[in-house]
Each structure stands twice: as C-alpha cells, then as structure tokens.
Write a protein that binds this ligand. Structure first.
Ligand SMILES: Nc1ncnc2c1ncn2[C@@H]1O[C@H](COP(=O)(O)OP(=O)(O)OP(=O)(O)O)[C@@H](O)[C@H]1O
Ligand SMILES: O=P(O)(O)OC[C@H]1O[C@H](OP(=O)(O)OP(=O)(O)O)[C@H](O)[C@@H]1O
Ligand SMILES: [Mg+2]
Length: 281
C-alpha cells in the first residue's frame, strides 16, 4: 500500500488534489477528511499541513508527499525532490520598508521576521551576515510596523501583499519554489512511487501538449514536418490520394496557433488540434 501525503489546505492543496485526480487517484469527499483510502490504486492519502509533509516523508512514515520546495528546505527533513509539479510557484525574498534597504549586507545585526527561519538562517550564514531570524507563523508583512522586526523574508507570488504593507524586496531571491513530489533521501523510490511520479509527469505533459493532425501535399511533407518534429518523430500515414500525406504530432499548446499558421503557409490543410486526455511518455 502506497502512503501519500497531500497538503490539506493552503496555497498548494487545490492544485495538488486536481493533479492527483487527473492522474487517476481518488479525490477526498470534503476538506475535513484527513485520510482517504484508494483501494483501486492500492494507495492511501493523508491530508497534512504542507510544512509537516517533509517530516513524515523524511522519517519514512509516509512513502511520498507533495509539498513546496521552500517548505522542504526549511524543514531540514531527510527528504528529496523526485519531481517538480508545475504549480504553486513562488519566489522567496528579503523585503523591507520601501527605499530602506538595497543590499542583503545591510541586514547585519538586524531582526528578520519569517515563517521559514531555517531557510533564512542558512542563507544568512552562506552570505556571512549575522542577523536574527524572528519566527512568526504568518502575516509577517505587518511585523515591521509592529516593531518586532526590521526586515522580513517571505514567499512572494504576485507581490501584492508586500505592496499593501508598504514594503519592497531587495537583494537577490533566496530561491524559486514550486510544488514538488518528495521521497525519503538516500532510498531508491519504490516501484509504486515511480508509477505515481510517472502518472504525475504524464498529467504535466497532457496539459502542456496538444495533438496536431494535418494533411500535406506529398512533395511538401519534409518542409511541413520540420515544423512538427514531435517527441520521437511524427507519424506519417498514406492517404487514399497519393498526392497527399497525413501527419500526426505533439506540439506545445503554447505554440499551437503559430505552428498552424506556419503549416498553412507551407500548404498543409485540414489542420486539427485535439487535447491529450492522458498519456505515458
Ligand atoms: N501566494 C502564495 N502564498 C503562500 N504560499 C504560496 C503562494 N504561492 C505559492 N505558495 C507556496 O505554497 C506553499 C505554502 O503553503 P501553505 O499551505 O503553508 O501556505 P498558505 O497558503 O500560506 O497557508 P496558510 O493558510 O497556512 O498560511 C509554499 O511552498 C509556497 O511557496
Ligand atoms: O505575493 P503575494 O501574491 O501577495 O503572495 C504572498 C503572500 O501570500 C502568503 O500569505 P498568506 O495569504 O498565505 O497569509 P499568511 O502570511 O498568514 O500565511 C505569503 O505568506 C505572502 O504573505
Ligand atoms: Mg500563508
């Protein structure tokens, strides 16, 4: 039985649940359910605080989990990233009152409020800056105004929380984070974990790519398939009329309209795009 840790709430929970559902796993019935059996997939889901997930996985209590890279690093848990999941992206930055700081070195001797004290302490040490992390659970943007800190270090997604508090980032970001699949460090992920990872990777591919079909005059085939090289190689099929060929290939969703325009210019016709419901690459 594969035991999987999933964020029970917060910024990662909805996207994680949707992705698992698309990967064929059972979704929980309501947001209060903390354990969900999925016998069809020989799996059991545990809905936990994302901050705690790395600890359960690092201890080997649960086999695999979904959390944020920033939370994984801050936990110091014995867990490793085995896949990136393409949601929950954020950056992690130092910030202070607008105009006050330009350089991380200016934090020497100051207090820095953060919900990620381990991450921040490690970053300061690496930079040789001696400052004091002040651990807060959240709403760290207001801590400067309340006099418990001189600067903050926090997750920045759109930047609107910082702006609303009259703060701005300074210095380089500490890290770029996103949702990740994690397993215990120094242990080869089991077959079942590898199947889960492959299913999740397939969801990303199915979201990112479309299937493109078109007909092209046989003498223009080589020119057309340069525009749609696909993964391994495009599928080229004969048509009833020998002057035409049919081509099928995967194209990134993002590029699909440009590719269709270019194919049309080359002479391709009946260009069709379909979504990929599921795949294994
Ligand atoms: N706008 C965002 N705010 C907070 N976390 C975000 C955001 N965008 C992405 N994340 C990521 O989500 C994870 C934090 O999830 P968590 O559930 O702890 O935060 P939260 O949504 O702030 O929940 P909480 O209600 O406990 O504050 C981190 O990996 C973080 O990088
Ligand atoms: O750059 P933004 O798009 O504004 O997002 C980042 C903000 O969102 C999160 O806070 P959250 O709303 O989770 O509240 P919290 O501080 O209590 O965790 C995070 O801690 C930042 O404060
Ligand atoms: Mg939060």
């Amino acid at each position: 039985m594969l035991r999987i840790a999933v964020p029970n709430k917060g910024a990662l929970s909805e996207a994680a649940a949707t992705m698992l559902e698309e990967a064929g796993y059972r979704r929980r019935r309501d947001s209060k359910e903390l354990v969900r059996a999925d016998p069809d997939n020989d799996a059991e889901f545990f809905f936990l605080r994302p901050r705690d997930i790395a600890v359960y996985v690092g201890e080997g209590i649960l086999d695999v989990g979904i959390t944020g890279r920033d939370l994984l690093l801050d936990s110091g848990a014995n867990a490793q990233e085995i896949a990136t999941l393409g949601f929950g992206s954020s950056t992690f930055h130092y910030a202070g009152p607008a105009g006050k700081f330009t350089d991380i070195g200016q934090l020497e001797g100051l207090r820095i409020a953060t919900s990620y004290p381990t991450l921040v302490a490690a970053d300061l040490e690496r930079r040789g800056v001696s400052a004091t992390p002040v651990k807060l659970d959240g709403a760290v943007e207001v801590s400067i105004q309340l006099g418990v800190a001189d600067a903050i270090a926090d997750v920045v997604e759109t930047g609107s929380t910082l702006r609303a508090a009259g703060l701005e980032v300074f210095g380089e970001s500490l890290l770029d984070s996103e949702g990740v699949l994690i397993s215990r460090k120094d242990t080869e992920p089991s077959q079942a974990v590898q199947v889960l990872a492959r299913r999740l990777e397939s969801v990303l591919v199915a979201r990112r790519y479309v299937l493109m079909d078109y007909d092209v005059p046989t003498d223009l085939l080589d020119e057309a398939i340069k525009l749609t090289p696909g993964f391994e190689s495009p599928t080229v099929s004969a048509m009833h009329d020998p002057q035409w060929m049919a081509v099928r290939s995967m194209v990134t969703r993002e590029d699909s309209n440009k590719v269709m325009d270019a194919l049309y210019s080359v002479g391709a016709r009946a260009i069709l795009v379909s979504t990929i419901h599921a795949c294994r690459m």
